[in-house]
Ligand binder design. Structure first.
Ligand code: 15L
Length: 273
């Protein structure tokens, strides 16, 4: 039976949107997808509203009457300051503000591991560490988390920020053995954000059950998260792919990898906590 709630899913045409849509369609028939361009393969149970995050009127029309929003929209990698500013800073503000005005109760915000990318790989971190972004993109994700906290504390919105590692069918390289998440597991986290009665403001790591994890995800487990993906099952593939990549003297030390080494001009001993 269709969920009576209107649930909006931004960034539906992007990589994570494309991987999770078929799973979400089964759980939430009636899901309202949004992006700037319509996905070609719209299912009968999905509807689509085109909207540009930088246009407040379009976002207001999108979230009107919505109960919840899964916000994946925006620029999903490092970009120029203007790209990040428009899509991830102004766009994220427009989304939260339109959601508040429309009385949206829950927002799931796609944050990223790059909000904390300058933590060394040898350190296991919890979700309450100081942010250490590794890029303008990472800064925008820290900004989105801060906005989420503001709307939760000031307006009572139930906000779940997912510091997503890397979503895909399997880990792409050795770094991803620590941060990989399967599409099924990220959908579990979306469901927690959409349904768990105890959410006020939470930051959770978007990672599967990875033996080599750098993250303490005990809060997610407390909320019922039971990941089924195990990066170790794909170690041989990840190592074979890693062998094709040149060593990165900066990126290989830090959790954010190449996002840390890009544009890096510091002495490596002075970087990270
Ligand atoms: C991210 O935040 C990006 O959206 C994704 O494209 C990957 O680069 C991922 O992080 C990663 O760290 O592997």
């Amino acid at each position: 039976m269709a969920d009576a709630r209107k649930i909006v899913f931004t960034g539906a045409a992007g990589g994570v949107g494309t991987m999770t849509r078929p799973l979400l369609a089964k759980l939430y028939p009636g899901l309202v997808l949004s992006d700037r361009v319509k996905p070609k393969d719209l299912l009968a149970s999905e509807s689509f509203v085109a909207a540009d995050l930088t246009k407040p009127d379009e976002i207001a029309a999108l979230v009107k009457g919505a109960d919840s929003v899964i916000h994946l929209g925006g620029h999903s990698v490092e970009g120029s300051w203007d790209q990040i500013l428009q899509a991830n800073i102004i766009g994220c503000y427009n989304l939260f503000e339109a959601a508040r005005q429309a009385g949206v109760k829950r927002v799931i915000f796609a944050s990223s591991n790059h909000a904390v990318g300058f933590y060394p790989r040898k350190r296991k971190i919890r979700t309450d560490v100081t942010v250490r972004p590794d890029s303008r993109y990472g800064v925008s994700k820290a900004f989105g988390e801060a906005l989420g906290a503001l709307y939760a504390d000031k307006h009572g919105m139930a906000v779940t920020c997912l510091r997503i590692g890397n979503v895909g069918p399997r880990p792409l390289d050795v770094r991803r053995l620590s941060i990989w998440i399967s599409p099924e597991d990220i959908v579990q986290l979306f469901r927690i954000g959409l349904e768990h009665p105890n959410i006020r403001f939470d930051i959770l790591y978007g990672a599967s059950d990875n033996e080599a994890s750098w993250w303490d995800n005990s809060r997610a487990r407390q909320l019922g998260y039971r990941p089924t993906g195990k990066a170790e099952d794909h170690r041989a593939h990840a190592e074979a792919e890693q062998a094709k990549i040149r060593p990165d003297p900066v990126g290989d030390l830090f959790q954010g990898g190449t996002f840390c080494s890009a544009e890096f001009t510091n002495d490596v001993k002075r970087a990270g906590p």
